[in-house]
Design a protein around this ligand. Structure first.
Ligand code: ADE
Length: 337
């Protein structure tokens, strides 16, 4: 990464933290989850005890980390943040847990990437509030039990199916699925972010960004900043035309698909007759990791109705052909009627 790019990434990270809602009132959408969490938090505060452990899942960019920060804030608790891949050894987890203060929130992102040995240590910490550590090996091995301060674990994952069922069942505070946002909700998020960043943007231009934001706040905020840059450099107002130009320069099309999304669909259609084709075959054909395809590309393509996951593999739908302006085989045309 060049120095310039690094500066841009750091600047974006700073802006992302600035844009993060600090109160329920500022958190747009996910109403059912918010209502449940408000009750959980209020009840826990009244009892003067941390809420039970929570699990959030759903596609990337929908605000799982944002919601974890908000829960901690509403509880008036400190949040300690780590992720599945960062916890490499049982000792890492033991150190994190024993350093918690009473009432802390521990946030583990990408929890599906914890290894199984560590998961097992986590069970007892979640259930009994204690840490069972085996010291030594063979006949002289013994278990010591460390009492932990009361804490709330908030875990997030894009891949709930990869969590073992014993781990899943220990999130007794609740398991919540974050849904894609409506265009109206994304538009509100864009307007809120524009206000914070002091960006002047018209109603129509905000709608245009919202339509292309893949129903996710992360993409919406990213596009807003890139459109602002484009308007500034070209000395133009940030209107609809400017949004269209800026986003087409980024190769984002009218429904929010990127070049990579389109390549994935095109590969299924042109190389594999529209499917069904296995995930591993697609991954090799476009030189991308299977996990990235499943976590990053597919959820929105499925949401748009451009892709289907079937037991025999992935299938491009007639709507995908139409969007990419590829002729649909004659025997499939009735599906568009
Ligand atoms: N940023 C990320 N998610 C958000 C949301 N749901 N509302 C407002 N800003 C957000």
């Amino acid at each position: 990464m060049s120095k310039q790019e690094e500066k841009q990434v750091n600047n974006d990270k700073f802006l992302d933290a600035t844009l993060r809602p600090q109160k329920w009132h500022d958190y747009i959408g996910q109403e059912r989850i918010k209502n449940n969490l408000k009750i959980l938090i209020t009840a826990a505060k009244e009892r003067n005890h941390p809420p039970e452990h929570l699990l959030f899942y759903g596609p990337a960019g929908l605000g799982k980390t944002t919601i974890a920060n908000l829960v901690a804030k509403e509880l008036g608790a400190q949040i300690k943040i780590t992720s599945g891949p960062a916890v490499e050894r049982v000792g890492d987890l033991a150190s994190i847990l024993t350093n918690l203060s009473p009432g802390d929130v521990l946030f583990i992102d990408e929890v599906h990437r914890l290894n199984k040995l560590i998961e097992e240590v986590l069970y007892s910490a979640m259930e009994n509030g204690s840490l069972d550590i085996i010291i030594g090996k063979g006949p002289s091995a013994r278990t010591i039990q460390l009492e932990l301060p009361p804490f709330t674990l908030i875990a997030a994952t894009t891949r709930i199916a990869l969590l073992s069922s014993p781990l899943r069942s220990r999130f007794s505070g609740g398991t919540f699925r974050l849904n894609f946002y409506s265009v109206g909700e994304i538009k509100k998020i864009i307007q809120r972010s524009a206000k914070i960043l002091d960006i002047e943007i018209g109603d129509e231009a905000a709608t245009e960004i919202a339509i292309r934001s893949r129903s996710t706040p992360r993409a919406a905020n990213h596009f807003l900043k890139r459109c602002r840059d484009f308007a500034q450099v070209n000395k133009k107002p940030l209107d609809t035309e400017c949004v269209k130009e800026a986003l087409s320069l980024l190769e984002i099309d009218e429904v929010g698909l990127s070049q990579a999304d389109r390549e994935l669909l095109k590969t299924i259609i042109t190389k594999f007759g529209g499917g069904p084709v296995g995930l591993n075959t697609i991954a090799s054909a476009i030189s991308e990791e299977e996990a990235t395809i499943e976590d990053v590309y597919e959820p929105y393509l499925i949401q748009l109705g451009f892709l289907e996951r079937t037991p025999r593999g992935r299938v491009a739908t007639p709507h995908a052909y139409l969007h990419l302006e590829i002729n649909l085989p004659e025997d499939e045309q009735h599906k568009l009627l």
